[in-house]
Design a protein around this ligand. Structure first.
Ligand code: FES
Length: 120
């Protein structure tokens, strides 16, 4: 997680068990103002934008490979769930969000909209 960024945390579920993951470990969830994709891999949770940065494929319809990359269903470009890096090498970047499992639920952090945020 980028420690310089400020996040607003949104509760997405009371527990991991409450999230309706597909057989491939992906789910599409709503947070205020956007839809995100949540991924479960090796007992860890990750979150990213729902649309592929290449041509808008719905990431929750893809799958997770053995290395922990999310694979877009449209053209099979791969992205690291950890940092959004395009591990298949096409040069795109998938926006990822931090996920925290707390005592009172599962939370996703969305970057705070700050007019001067790009200066940081
Ligand atoms: S739309 Fe995702 S790889 Fe092309």
């Amino acid at each position: 997680m980028d420690t310089n960024k400020k996040y607003t945390w949104h509760k997405i579920a009371d527990s991991i068990a409450e999230i309706d993951f597909s057989a491939s470990g992906l789910a599409m969830l709503q947070v205020p103002g956007k839809t995100i994709c949540v991924a479960r891999h090796n007992d860890q949770l990750f979150a990213c934008t729902q649309k592929c940065p290449h041509a808008g494929g719905i990431m929750a319809d893809g799958y997770i490979d053995a290395l922990g990359n999310i694979v877009c269903p449209l053209h099979r470009y791969k992205f690291s769930l950890q940092n959004g890096r395009n591990t298949s090498g096409e040069g795109y970047y998938l926006k990822t969000y931090p996920v925290e499992i707390r005592e009172n639920g599962v939370f996703v952090g969305l970057p705070e909209n700050n007019l001067f945020g790009w200066l940081k």
